[in-house]
Design a protein around this ligand. Structure first.
Ligand code: TXA
Ligand code: MG
Length: 338
């Protein structure tokens, strides 16, 4: 399959490009597009064959449901059969933005989208290109992250090209995704709102506007409710080992001089380390989130055999960075031997 790669600037959008991409979606094609979190790989929610081809292009297990992306809050009623007050409140405060809500689904949504579940994940992005594409397509767009299954999610069009060229109809290049980690997934089909995947919007952010507690679930390796979380994720070819105690890093590097060790850490820790590769992840967790997947891919390009990755504090988006790193490392931690 020939893949068209089209530039589209988020500030001065080329409507002809958007219309051409939207026409592909309507014809049952696959289009990778930028969002504020990561790039998505989209198809028309209501075309089962098109949705099935997303799984083939990514090599994604069929039991992992997709998120339906909308461009206006009212479209939630085309997809969900119940919209509780909690959902209305969260929509008002956090859409468009990096929040996916799990709601009871309408029977009109094909099983291919939801992997046969009775619920559907719905998100309205804030990215101008994503929203223009959804509007022009005239249908909600089912989209997982636009990476080959198991790889780090794509934050640039180059990442999508590396993973999906020849496997999809078009890739819209709208620059770097700003947030860098995928949306928060919150389950509203249960009595207590429960986070299944942490993202930029935290439990505290939601509890503040809801005036009720929000549970944080889904951090276990085998969380049953968020099917996607049980698979290997975000894995570069290099072995990833996480650390919290920066004092353990230099001795590890010393003891592994025959390896290409890459240290990925916040500026403070990065500036005091000497290793074959040192990646500065920025000043705080927000910087770290924006660079995380880019740096994991870069480690492979630079020939790293081991990545030592610092876990940031669990506050705010830091919890999402920790969660992705823990998945990427399979729970591998650098610990002192005593
Ligand atoms: O930021 C994002 O969410 C990006 C952009 C493209 O919007 N999308 C994304 O999609 O990360 P994906 O497919 O890579 O991750 C969706 C996650 C998976 O872990 C999936 O299992 C979960 O959401 N999910 C989707 N529908 C669900 C449902 N009905 N119940 C429970 N979990 C669901
Ligand atoms: Mg994904």
């Amino acid at each position: 399959m020939e893949t068209s790669v089209w530039q589209v600037s988020p500030d001065s959008m080329d409507q002809a490009v958007i219309d051409a991409a939207a026409a592909m979606i309507r014809r049952g094609g696959l289009v990778a597009f930028p969002t504020e979190t990561v790039y998505g790989l989209g198809a028309d929610v209501f075309q089962p064959k098109a949705v099935a081809s997303i799984f083939a292009a990514k090599g994604r297990p069929a039991d992992n449901p997709l998120i339906a992306h909308i461009a206006a809050p009212e479209q939630v009623y085309d997809l969900a059969r119940e919209v509780p007050d909690t959902a209305k409140c969260l929509m008002e405060h956090f859409w468009g933005g990096p929040l996916t809500m799990i709601l009871p689904k309408k029977h009109t949504i094909p099983d291919e989208v939801t992997a046969g579940l009775d619920t559907v994940g719905i998100r309205m992005p804030s990215h101008s290109v994503a929203n223009a594409l959804i509007r022009a397509a005239g249908t909600p767009i089912a989209a997982p992250s636009a990476n080959r299954s198991g790889s780090p999610s794509p934050t640039t069009a180059e990442h999508c090209i590396a993973d999906l060229l020849g496997r999809v109809d078009a890739i819209l290049d709208g620059g770097t995704a700003m947030i860098g980690v995928e949306s928060t997934v919150v389950d509203l089909s249960v009595p207590v709102p429960t986070i299944l995947r942490p993202g930029a919007i935290s439990a505290e952010d939601m509890a503040d506007v809801l005036g009720c507690p929000v549970r944080v679930g889904g951090l276990e390796a085998h969380a049953p409710k968020c099917p996607g979380m049980k698979y290997t994720h975000y894995s570069p070819s290099a072995t990833v080992i996480c650390f919290e105690n920066a004092a353990l890093v230099q001795p590890f590097v010393q003891a592994h001089q025959d390896e290409v060790v890459c240290v990925m850490a916040l500026s403070d820790a990065a500036s005091s380390v000497s290793a074959p590769l040192v990646y500065d992840a920025g000043r705080d967790s927000t910087d770290y989130a924006a660079r995380l997947f880019y740096l994991l891919r870069k480690a492979d390009e630079d020939g790293a055999s081991i990545v030592l990755a610092q876990l940031p504090s669990a506050q705010g988006i830091g919890l999402a960075v920790r969660n992705r790193l823990q998945k990427s490392s399979g729970g591998n931690m650098l610990e002192s031997r005593e």
